[in-house]
Design a protein around this ligand. Structure first.
Ligand code: AOY
Length: 439
């Protein structure tokens, strides 16, 4: 399965309106001739035609599945056709840029599977309504560029509302009509905790309690000895101040074997601050204190941590996760096998199906014909245009104009319905799917 998201960033930021100038054509020609080492290899006439006849707007039509849709892999997600027969070559000139949509849709898909995983534990051991803030995006520094962080960070926000990746917020402001897509809380970093040396760590913790007498704050507590910090600093020296606060201190664990450190920290904090047993029979720490694990977090470690907590009687309510590299970086175009191929052409007025079928890998066969996406027996399928069902692909772009604009609110709603349906399907079939590379 996959969650389709991110095409609109390309439409808004790179494809709409006048996108071509004479200067651009000059530069591209120079580049192409130097690159290939000969003159006359650049389609100057073609680009000049678009500038002259179409005013620098791209004469193509793009159809795509609505953003936020959850559907099986191996389906058509978008199509592009030229609207001017002279510009038959333009569709594939746009391949590279359009296929880059693999990145936001793969991050959004992985984030959806992480949401399903955490939701399962919240349902079994705690309160599922807490899901929005259970997986915080720490990934901006692990991204190679601010642009990449923005695209990936915005994708996580289709499923969750916690982020420290500011560029992701800006992507939603610019492209999805959302003024504030994600939230955070005051939190320390190690530079703060270690600024006064080893003996000053407790003082810095206290400083945070004074500066923020109410609300939720996060304090990274592993600078020297996380167990000592839980037992003696939070649990003894600052215990009364934590209890007197109108809010929650989130103790951030940031090193060591995650399962071991989480369980031992919960044991100490439970002993020092107390815990109650919820209606599902699992322990929940006193509401003044919680933990966040922000190191070594990925799908497997989250599953291991939540499983170990459950086995030891701890509700998933006690913990949040901060995820960086594995959220925004441990994905590539093969994760969901995204590709863009020619499936149809028209030569002298006659339409032909076009496809590849390499004998070395049937998994690389491409689809043939003028494609559409339909729902048959409640399942998405890719068929040729002569099948009777209505096409679920929507025209989003034509001749330089965006034809259908999606807001984040609408995308979130569709993604939520899609995930709920996926969870129901899995319950019925008793199978659980991971970040799917096959169906
Ligand atoms: N943020 C929740 C709010 C954010 C962060 C960002 C790299 C936060 C930490 C926290 O509680 O601890 C980038 C590492 C941490």
């Amino acid at each position: 399965m996959l969650l389709f998201y991110g095409l609109q960033i390309k439409l808004m930021e790179s494809l709409q309106g006048v996108v071509l100038t004479k200067e651009m054509i000059d530069e591209a020609e120079e580049l192409a001739e130097a690159h290939l080492g000969k003159k006359g290899v650049f389609n100057r006439k073609g680009w000049e035609y678009i500038l002259r006849v179409h005013g620098g707007k791209l004469p193509v039509v793009i159809k795509a599945v609505p953003e936020g849709t959850v559907l099986p892999t191996h389906n058509v997600l978008m199509t592009i056709e030229n609207t001017d027969p002279n510009c038959f070559w333009l569709t594939n000139a746009l391949e590279t840029m359009l296929v880059q949509t693999w990145y936001p849709l793969t991050v959004a898909t992985q984030s959806m599977f992480l949401k399903r995983l955490i939701l399962r534990f919240l349902e079994e051991t705690g309160d599922p309504s807490l899901i929005d803030f259970k997986l915080h995006d720490f990934g901006e520094r692990g991204s190679p560029t601010m642009e990449t962080a923005g695209v990936g960070g915005s994708a996580h926000l289709v499923n969750f509302k916690g982020t420290d990746t500011i560029e992701g917020l800006r992507v939603h402001r610019r492209n999805y009509g959302e003024k504030m897509a994600g939230f955070s809380i005051p939190a320390t970093e190690h530079s703060v905790m270690t600024a006064l040396g080893r003996d000053g760590e407790a003082e810095q913790m206290k400083r945070m309690l004074i500066k923020f007498p109410a609300g939720t704050i996060s304090v990274v507590s592993d600078s020297y000895d996380i167990f000592n910090a839980c037992e003696h600093i939070w649990g003894e020296q600052l215990r009364d101040m934590v209890f007197e606060r109108d809010g929650t201190v989130v103790v951030r664990l940031d090193s060591g074997d995650p399962v071991t450190v989480v369980l031992r920290s919960l044991e100490i904090l439970g002993r020092k601050f107390g815990a109650t047993t919820n209606e599902k029979g699992y322990k929940v720490l006193d509401p003044h204190v919680r933990i966040i694990q922000g190191d070594g977090v990925n799908y497997d470690s989250i599953e291991k941590i939540l499983m170990a907590m459950k086995v030891n009687g701890w509700s998933a309510d006690n913990i949040a996760f901060g995820m960086g590299g594995a959220l925004l970086q441990k994905v590539n175009r093969d994760t969901l096998k995204m590709a863009f191929k020619c499936s149809s052409d028209v030569i002298d007025g006659v339409q032909h199906d076009v496809f590849k079928q390499p004998i070395t890998d049937p998994g690389k066969n491409s689809k043939a014909g003028r494609l559409k996406l339909i729902l048959r027996d409640g399942k998405y399928r890719t068929v040729k245009e002569d099948e009777p069902e209505e096409d679920k692909l929507v025209e989003v772009f034509r001749d330089g104009e965006i034809k259908r604009y999606y807001t984040l609110a609408e995308i979130r709603e569709r993604a939520k319905d899609g995930l709920e349906k996926l969870i129901r399907m899995e319950r019925e079939s008793d199978g659980v799917e991971r970040l799917a590379t096959e169906d």
